[in-house]
Ligand binder design. Structure first.
Ligand code: JCF
Length: 688
């Protein structure tokens, strides 16, 4: 009796859970396919579906025909005409690690009884799968993949995509030819599109894939026409006529007929080579201008593909080796505010730790108050976090259906969270600043950290934590106070002993001998970076001339505009700043006269990279960034830290972040390290 009772309880618990999962999945499907605005990231959707499949496998009596597991596709939009695919559009088997790749290869070789297999390798674009039908070389139909059996006729929209030929080029095309591929949007185009939508106050797309899907589902094809869509072809469906006998050459043929294919397609003669290709592309993932969710590997020989056939909706001759997900969901434990060197107060979301694409993410910046308003993000919310490559994690949306009751709107801080001074909103309302100036310990700490940093005064051993302690213990108030520290004062601090105190005193003394440009940079004048500091040093040649200059003089200098000029003048107008500078000189900070570029007379020959502006970003492997900079400078190039329309090229190392994205969005040439070193070799460059 009790056993029965138990069984009944277990079954009804499973039943409840299954119901709940089905509701969640149906809702997600609706948001994704009908509204084009999914709340959940793919990773979460996959987990829900997987959990439901598991529960249904354990309780087969609970499977219903309307369960989302019983169809792979989705509820179609009624607005478009349904078309069935003559040959189903299959999905791909997934591999999640090297082991599963080896298992795939093993199965293929066993089934074909063959030792070696040639595979084609290509990126798996994150877009929308579609099928094009050409008759006598003319595009007559475009249909979405839909559930693989039936899709929606979106011919009118497809015809607006410029990379899809309305008439095939050349000759020799089969009388009927069905071409399949992915419609996608470049990351840079997606950013621009969202910017335009934001200006009009519209609803932003989550990612390039949603933007592509939303653009294809427009009922008005003139809207689609304005969306920057592209298509990349990856296979052929129906055809009558002749085609090459292997996948690689079929794609080459499609290209000759005017269709786009991936420029990354390669052949590999073993699964090991496939895995190497995967790793190489994973490293370059952020460098490529489009989103990929993995790599597709296919048995290259079409006859072998036929022999392998398909099992339950996926071909046995292909596998998709997935990249780690970019997006996950987590909850916001708190929203705090950070004060930067300039007093700007940045909201930061403290997250329940979540593993995204290889790292644990605990914080995400919320940029500014506009961002908080746009997202309406609150403490306690469940949010979608995106960490695209190595870029700073970003909150892209709030899962409103998971918002707990009684959450409070996130308010902008009226007083500085560090010093209690009033805050001030900039005219554009996005940036809120602390008005405490150097009275605010946060701003003081940041100013001192900047002063001591490597590229500035280079005070070795004065790290962030130690600076915080010096300020908190009121041992120092300004950067000049650093040079008044004594070993016993330093030794008092946590984690410091006599030896390390002595070392820091030595480092402080060593830092006194510097250059004028480093010193100017170290002062931390708003928007005066290294390049501007160097220009000022070359132009004025000494400090006094700089401190008494005016805006007009400054604006004569290359690259110095009215804003920076004003910052410089007002910096040296403030008595407090003049005093600190004087004190620093009195402490013994000194430099030798800089050699003005104009008068140096050397290097009269035209340098190969003259008049070019380069940016180095990320970690280079064969050299430090400084060395890279020295090479470029020796070739006549100017090297700056910010990417702008004037930038000639950007050299990107590992973990490149926002500068890479900026370069891509501006369409500036991006160069990886190998290409860069090759260029240096060609130009016979050696650092000075
Ligand atoms: O880029 C893609 N998303 C992609 C999808 C590439 C391929 O070569 C594919 C695919 C889906 C199915 N191949 C098949 C057979």
């Amino acid at each position: 009796m009790s056993k029965n009772q138990n069984n009944y309880t277990v079954a009804s618990a499973a039943h409840k859970q299954i119901e709940k999962l089905r509701n969640q999945i149906n809702k997600a499907n609706y948001q994704y396919y009908v509204l084009n605005y999914p709340e959940l990231p793919d990773s979460e959707y996959d987990r829900l579906l997987h959990r439901l499949q598991q529960l249904e496998a354990e309780n087969p009596e609970l499977i219903t025909t309307d369960s989302p597991t019983q169809r792979v596709g989705h509820k179609p939009l009624s607005a478009f005409v349904q078309r069935s695919h003559e040959i189903p559009m299959l999905s791909l088997e997934k591999a999640l690690d090297d082991n599963q790749m080896h298992q795939f290869d093993q199965r293929v070789r066993e089934k074909l009884d063959q030792q070696t297999i040639v595979y084609s390798c290509e990126p798996k674009l994150d877009g929308v799968a579609i099928s094009l039908l050409y008759e006598n070389g003319e595009l007559i139909r475009g249909v979405t993949r839909g559930d693989g059996e039936t899709g929606e006729d979106i011919t009118q929209n497809i015809r607006t995509i410029k990379t899809i030929p309305l008439k095939l080029l050349g000759a020799g095309w089969p009388k009927r030819l069905e071409v399949r591929g992915e419609v996608y949007m470049l990351k840079a185009d997606f950013d621009k599109l969202n910017q335009t939508i934001a200006l009009k106050g519209g609803k932003l797309f989550m990612n390039p894939r949603n933007a592509a899907a939303g653009s294809l589902r427009q009922l008005n094809s003139s809207v689609t026409a304005m969306r920057p869509l592209k298509m990349c072809c990856y296979s052929v469906g129906v055809f009558n006529g002749e085609l090459p006998k292997d996948h690689y050459n079929v794609l080459q043929q499609l290209q000759k007929w005017g269709l786009c294919i991936s420029s990354e397609i390669k052949l590999a003669s073993s699964i090991k080579e496939c895995i190497a290709y995967y790793n190489a592309l994973l490293t370059r993932r952020n460098l490529l201008p489009y989103d990929m969710d993995g790599i597709v590997f296919k048995v290259n020989d079409l006859q072998l593909q036929q022999r392998l056939g398909a099992v339950s909706r996926a071909p046995r001759w292909a596998v998709a080796y997935k990249f780690p997900a970019h997006e996950e969901i987590t909850t916001i434990e708190d929203i705090t505010f950070q004060v930067g060197r300039s007093g700007a107060i940045t909201p930061v979301a403290r997250l329940k730790p979540v593993f995204i694409g290889g790292v644990t993410v605990k914080n995400a910046t919320l940029h500014n108050m506009n961002e908080i308003k746009r997202l309406d993000v609150r403490k306690g919310d469940t949010v979608v976090v995106r960490r695209a490559g190595d870029v700073i994690p970003k909150i892209i949306s709030v899962v409103m259906s998971k918002r707990p009751q009684n959450t409070k709107k996130t308010a902008l801080p009226k007083i500085c969270p560090v010093c209690g001074s009033q805050t001030q909103q900039e005219p554009d309302k996005a940036v809120v600043r602390c008005t405490g100036g150097l009275f605010c310990p946060a701003m003081r700490k940041e100013a001192i950290k900047h002063f001591a940093s490597r590229r500035a005064m280079d005070i070795r051993g004065l790290g962030s934590k130690l600076t915080d302690q010096f300020v908190d213990r009121q041992l120092i108030c300004s950067v000049a106070d650093l040079y008044r520290l004594t070993a016993p004062m330093i030794a008092e601090c946590e984690k410091m002993g006599e030896k390390s105190a002595e070392n820091l005193i030595q480092a402080l003394n060593k830092s006194k001998k510097t250059t004028l440009e480093r010193f100017i940079y170290a002062l931390g004048i708003p928007e005066v970076g290294e390049t501007t500091a160097a220009a000022l040093s070359h132009y004025f040649g000494d400090l006094t001339a700089l401190t008494i200059t005016d805006s007009e003089t400054l604006e004569n200098i290359d690259d110095i505009g009215p804003v920076v000029a004003k910052n410089i003048v007002s910096f040296f107008k403030q008595p407090h700043n003049r005093e600190v500078v004087e004190q620093l000189i009195d402490c013994g900070i000194h430099w030798s006269e800089p050699v003005s570029k104009k008068s140096s007379g050397v290097n009269q020959e035209k340098a190969p990279l003259e008049n070019q502006t380069w940016v180095l970003t990320g970690t280079l492997e064969s050299m430090t960034r400084e060395e890279g900079k020295a090479y470029l400078v020796a070739l006549g190039a100017k090297v700056t830290n910010t990417v702008s329309a004037k930038t000639t090229a950007v050299v990107v190392g590992k973990k490149a972040g926002s500068k890479l994205a900026k370069a891509q969005s501006l369409g500036i040439q991006v160069m990886d390290e190998i290409t860069f070193t090759q260029l240096l070799k060609e130009l016979n460059s050696s650092p000075p």
